[in-house]
Design a protein around this ligand. Structure first.
Ligand code: TRP
Length: 453
């Protein structure tokens, strides 16, 4: 009854589609800008290599072994390995995290969709930084428009989820992802002509200062960008045929994701510096910079329109994976069919998304503070912080502990089904490096205000 991908390629495409999304093109540039560039990028890359890759392998491995939604997979594996039943809570936390993330992810995806039409109408031809800035301001200050796009995006996502993820995803990832990649290269090419390209490169790759919170954000983002820590990759792994190399698939997904993020950085920061903008413009950064490129480059209206179409697709293939664990669980445990399961989750996510919609306008002065963690954050910032910086790394930490310490070596070795040395490196990283790194970053970030050089 539990489905399977029709081939190994489809799994890799679906997982890459999950990984590559707004995280790479929208979030990575703006948090890099807010956290001062170089060192932040370095910490992020280290986290991908030492924390992300081993955990991704673990998630796929657990998923394939359990063959169910993350909640039921954890229940089953805890039983098989004679471990405490409470491991099921790991599945629950992931499901909730996915739901929380989708609620704001959808709102941002709505921005990307609305930019298809802004760019398409030629609004940005000859654009100036000021003009682009006020166009963005008009969008986010209008709750009705944000709400309309949020609604459209949720409906689009739920349609695919209702049909079953396999059927909806293949075309989107097989053709549209590579196309997005090509357009990104075109923007990078434009950025090379701005005369500020090297300034962008220096900003991204020259180490400087970073705060403890910046380190936590970099680590959180490593999880966010390759979709780790909440069971999305686990549930995709559960549809994976036996004969696929988990290690190879992981390397491909992580590499593709990282390349897209770095290209986005290379596309955006030269435009920032060439137009006298500041890197720390926040969540609007790509919407305040890319239109300038589209307004000035050859065939910019066409390229820009296509770019935002493809970005919306990338967001959509990611969104599907955020809610799939919850839908899979409803289908398995509550006896609802996929259509209803998707509808229920869609409605719940839509409702929570209202908080993010309003946090950019009518609630913009409502803030939240959690002692030792953050102060005066908007609804959107609060959700983003709690999910990306806390829940995902926490989920990843427990996945590492379960897979590397509590699961019998025989089980994980059998399921990983890889060469001896790959298995050994993976296990050593997952036992000693990954959990320690996550814990250290957590502890240092709690209540930290200091700046480390
Ligand atoms: N990785 C996606 C992005 O970068 C977002 C995403 C999809 C995600 N599924 C996830 C993030 C699961 C965390 C967990 O846009």
């Amino acid at each position: 009854m539990h489905g399977q991908w029709s081939s190994r390629l489809v799994f890799i495409l679906a997982a890459t589609g999950s990984a590559v999304g707004l995280g790479n093109i929208w979030k990575f540039p703006y948090i890099t800008g807010e956290n001062g560039g170089g060192t932040f990028v370095l910490v992020y890359l280290l986290c991908i290599a030492l924390i992300g890759i081993p955990i991704m392998m673990a998630e796929i491995m657990l998923g394939r072994r359990g063959r169910q939604s993350p909640i039921n997979t954890m229940k089953l594996l805890a039983k098989d390995e004679n471990r405490n039943r409470n491991w099921v809570w790991l599945g629950w936390m992931g499901m909730v995290a996915g739901f929380l993330i989708l609620s704001y992810y959808s709102v941002i995806a709505g921005w990307a969709m609305s930019y298809i039409f802004r760019t398409g109408s030629g609004m940005f031809i000859g654009a100036t930084a000021d003009g682009v800035n006020s166009i963005f301001g008009d969008l986010v200050s209008d709750p009705e428009r944000l709400l309309a796009w949020h609604t459209i995006f949720i409906v689009m996502t739920m349609i695919v989820v209702a049909r079953g993820v396999k059927n909806g995803l293949e075309v989107a990832v097989r053709y549209l992802m590579p196309a997005l990649f090509v357009l990104l290269l075109m923007v990078v090419a434009y950025s090379m002509t701005t005369g500020h390209f090297m300034e962008g490169v220096r900003f991204l790759f020259t180490p400087g200062k970073i705060t403890q919170e910046g380190v936590l954000t970099a680590m959180g983002h490593a999880f966010f960008t390759i979709s780790l820590g909440m069971g999305a990759i686990m549930v995709y792994g559960s549809y994976l045929p036996r004969n696929t190399s988990i290690a190879q698939a992981t390397m491909f997904i992580a590499a593709a994701d990282t390349i897209v993020a770095l290209l986005a950085g290379l596309a955006i920061f030269p435009i920032v510096f060439a137009n006298g903008l500041t890197p720390d413009a926040g969540p609007g950064l790509i919407f305040k910079t890319l239109p300038i490129a589209f307004g000035h480059m050859e065939a910019g209206t066409l390229v820009g329109t296509a770019f935002f179409i493809l970005l919306s697709f990338a967001a959509w293939t990611s969104a599907i994976s955020l809610i799939e664990p919850a839908v899979a669980w409803l289908v398995e445990n509550k006896g609802v069919n996929r259509l209803y399961a998707s509808m229920y989750m869609g409605i719940a996510t839509w409702l929570l998304g209202l908080g993010t919609v309003f946090s950019f306008n009518i609630w913009s002065d409502k803030t939240w503070t959690i002692p030792y963690l953050f102060k005066d954050y908007s609804f959107f910032d609060t959700l983003d912080y709690l999910t990306a910086n806390i829940m995902l790394p926490m989920g990843g930490l427990f996945i590492a502990i379960f897979a590397a310490w509590l699961m019998r070596e025989k089980s994980s070795r059998e399921e990983m089904d890889t060469t001896d040395w790959v298995y050994k490196i993976w296990r050593i990283l997952l036992r000693y490096v990954t959990p320690v790194a996550v814990i250290i970053v957590f502890l240092k970030a709690v209540g930290a205000i200091g700046v480390v050089e």
